[in-house]
Each structure stands twice: as structure tokens, then as C-alpha cells.
Write a protein that binds this ligand. Sequence first.
Ligand SMILES: *[C@@H]1O[C@H](CO)[C@@H](O)[C@H](O)[C@H]1NC(C)=O
Ligand SMILES: *[C@@H]1O[C@H](CO)[C@@H](O)[C@H](O)[C@H]1NC(C)=O
Ligand SMILES: *[C@@H]1O[C@H](CO)[C@@H](O)[C@H](O)[C@H]1NC(C)=O
Ligand SMILES: *[C@@H]1O[C@H](CO)[C@@H](O)[C@H](O)[C@H]1NC(C)=O
Ligand SMILES: *[C@@H]1O[C@H](CO)[C@@H](O)[C@H](O)[C@H]1NC(C)=O
Ligand SMILES: *[C@@H]1O[C@H](CO)[C@@H](O)[C@H](O)[C@H]1NC(C)=O
Ligand SMILES: *[C@@H]1O[C@H](CO)[C@@H](O)[C@H](O)[C@H]1NC(C)=O
Length: 364
Amino acid sequence: MHSLAVLLPILSLSLPLLVNAVATCNVTTACPTSAPCCSEFGFCGSTQPFCLGGCNPLHSNKLDSCSPNPICKSAVHTFADNSHVLSNASLFDGNASAYDFIVESGNIMNTGGDLAMLLTKENGGTRISSTRYLHYGTVTARIKTGRWAGVVTAFITMSNVKDEIDWEFPGNSTTEGQSNYFWQGLVTQPNHGDITKDLTDTFQNYHDYTIDWQPNTLTFLVDGKVVRTVKKSDLTVDGVTQYPTTPARVQLSLWPAGTASSAAGTVQWSGGLINYNDPDYVSAGHFYALIKSINITCADPTPPGADITSYVYGPNSSTNTPAVLLSNTSTNLGGAMGMHGHAGAGLQLLLVLALAAGALGQLL
Ligand SMILES: *[C@@H]1O[C@H](CO)[C@@H](O)[C@H](O)[C@H]1NC(C)=O
Ligand SMILES: *[C@@H]1O[C@H](CO)[C@@H](O)[C@H](O)[C@H]1NC(C)=O
Ligand SMILES: *[C@@H]1O[C@H](CO)[C@@H](O)[C@H](O)[C@H]1NC(C)=O
Ligand SMILES: *[C@@H]1O[C@H](CO)[C@@H](O)[C@H](O)[C@H]1NC(C)=O
Ligand SMILES: *[C@@H]1O[C@H](CO)[C@@H](O)[C@H](O)[C@H]1NC(C)=O
Ligand SMILES: *[C@@H]1O[C@H](CO)[C@@H](O)[C@H](O)[C@H]1NC(C)=O
Ligand SMILES: *[C@@H]1O[C@H](CO)[C@@H](O)[C@H](O)[C@H]1NC(C)=O
């Protein structure tokens, strides 16, 4: 029931990300030209961790300071081994053909058919992100969740401007899943959280959890059965439609909500403080959640042509709705876009996905 946008900074303590940071960025202060990219954690820089996945265009120096976001590609990802998962995210160069997922923080294992995300007392939890983005589509994760108080298993989509769609599983209950969604990181009161009950043990059994994100409806399913439908047309507040509309990565995580540094409400929501004397932890040396497969089916409103490589942001298409454009610019650092993550030179915006055709006119 909590926005990971708010809670994930817990996982960001991995220091390499911060070493080069010269400034912080937020809704009132964008990054300077010397360090143009605003990382997902609100720090400015000009290199890989700042300009790639999660880079927020709205708080960066320019709308095109962030590296372009690799285009969606439909695929069923399975984990006979972890060869398509890059375990050291700082080695990622933006080439989404080389890896399907990167480990943003924490540690993974392979159990012979499952990717295991580990949580230890020391590692602050594990989060993996898809290297590609999707701009609408259907994502199904076949997983076994954790089962320990304070330990949360999550399967979400997260955009660079913090449009977010969640399935979350607080570990003290293995019979329910919680769905939620956020528009540009806005935490509403009450929030949009909903609980799906009466699942068979989510630790013992695989279930298929689906986020079916289409331009006008958002549907949550368990094992192919619809459990919740949200309509975009119902979400207009003061003339602004608060519905996720921007390209997002698929992220799965096992994270420690039940720690002394978490907000009291977060600890309570997750079922209490984590017990590292739990027999499961003592015997294995970690807590874990298992991923059997991740099925991604793209549903781009305008099907991208063969030469399209990425999504980029353009000027707002309507009030508070950034335009999403298709581009043929390389997503690789060191590729066509140069070493510093500027997408500016040579950027060709080919198609306007957003409603306002006018946005294209302004850009060209
Ligand atoms: C935004 O960042 C600026 C510059 O670092 C800082 O002075 C300001 O307090 C921040 N504002 C918010 C709302 O966090
Ligand atoms: C990840 O790669 C970076 C850059 O090469 C290196 O400095 C770091 O030690 C690596 N981290 C791990 C855990 O291997
Ligand atoms: C990206 O990775 C693929 C697969 O490993 C490789 O064939 C290709 O050459 C790489 N592209 C660049 C520009 O490095
Ligand atoms: C999990 O923890 C929450 C918050 O403390 C509590 O309301 C709920 O009853 C607990 N569920 C189970 C199955 O223990
Ligand atoms: C993947 O998801 C799509 C869309 O929901 C579905 O049509 C397809 O059958 C799924 N593939 C597998 C192997 O489950
Ligand atoms: C464009 O939309 C963003 C995201 O909601 C908002 O922060 C920004 O103020 C808008 N810009 C303009 C010029 O309306
Ligand atoms: C992108 O498309 C334009 C127009 O067709 C072309 O001139 C340019 O070379 C392409 N750039 C890349 C990196 O493919």
C-alpha cells in the first residue's frame, strides 16, 4: 500500500551512485548543465547511473538530458540460468540487447530454474529492473513470495517520472496480494491500494500476477482471473487525469520494510520488524523470493517501426502530461549519444505518441 517511489531510497544507500553527485534535483530545482541528469534518487550527474534507467527528465537540465529509454520488446523471460541478468548494474552501458534485467542493488542466485532475490541483514534487499521500458502492455510475473514479517516482495512497473503500478506482498500474510498505482509519485489520501484475498499460500505456490496496463484501463489479474479494474476516465481531478501514461521499467524486489529506519506506518504495514533469528534465515543465511518467469507483451499506442530504438520525452502534450515520443537514437552510452548522456545532437523524433500532434511541430 506504499509507494516504492517513496520507500526505495532505502535501497539506494549503495554509495557508488552518490560519489559523483554534485547537486540534488527535485520539483523546484533542476540539474545544472555540468551534471545534467537527475537520477531516480534525486542526484545530478553526467554518467551512467544518473543518465540511464530511472533518470527523471522533468528534473534534469533538459527534457532530453536523460539517455533515451530502450523500446519495449515482447518476450517471455525464463531463468534456466541468470545469463540474461547483469548482476553488477554499474557495468550496464544502456545496451538492452545484451541483458534483459540488471540487479540495481542486492544479490541474486539461481536455484536451477528460478531467479532468487535475496535479502540479508547487510544487503538492504534486492531489486532487479528490466533494461527495456514498456509504454503500455501486459506483464505477468510467475513468482513465489517471501513469508516473513517485515519483508516485502514487490512486482511493479515504474516510470522515470514515477508513474507506478504495483503488486506487493507484505511477508506476514501469504494469502493476499496488494495492488496499487501512482501518478507521477503523487501519494493520495486515501491511496489507491486494494487487497486481493484468499490466495493459496503465496510462498509455497507459484501464482501468475498480472499488470495489464492499457491506455484507458488498468487491470490486475491473479492466475488469469481479473481481480481489479481501474478506468482512466474515472481518474480526473481538477482537470488533470491522474493515470500512469509514461514508459516504465518492470521491477521486482525483496525489500526490508520492517527496519528501525522505516516510518512507523511502513513497519506496521509490512507486519512488524524483521526477525533475523527466524529459522529460515538462520538455515539459509538469507530471506528470498523466487521468480519463475516474466512475460512482457508490449501494447504501444503507435506500433514502433523497425528503426525505432527508444522512447524520449517531449514538451507536455496536455496539462501535466509529458509527451512520449519514439526515437531512433541509440540507447547505448558511448554510442550515437556521446559519453555524457546527452540525447540532444542528432536526435530524430519520428512519431508523436501523445495526443497533441502540436508537440511534434514544436520540436522539429
Ligand atoms: C530541492 O533541491 C534544492 C537544491 O538542492 C534544495 O535547496 C531544496 O530544498 C529542495 N527542495 C525540496 C522541496 O526538496
Ligand atoms: C561493479 O563494477 C564496478 C565497475 O567496474 C566495480 O568497481 C565494482 O567493484 C563492481 N562491484 C561488484 C560487487 O563486483
Ligand atoms: C549490444 O549487445 C548485443 C548482444 O550482446 C551485441 O551483439 C551488440 O553488438 C551490442 N551493441 C553495441 C552497440 O555494443
Ligand atoms: C500482518 O501485519 C498487519 C500489520 O501489523 C496486521 O494488521 C495483519 O493482521 C498481519 N497479518 C497476519 C496474517 O499476521
Ligand atoms: C504472455 O502474455 C500474453 C499476453 O497476456 C499471452 O497472450 C501469452 O500467452 C503469454 N505467454 C505465455 C508463455 O504465458
Ligand atoms: C509539464 O508536466 C509536468 C509533469 O506533471 C509538470 O511538472 C510541468 O510543470 C508541466 N510543464 C508545463 C509547462 O506545463
Ligand atoms: C534516424 O533516422 C533519421 C531519419 O530517417 C536518419 O537520418 C538517422 O541516420 C537515423 N539515426 C540513427 C541513429 O539510426
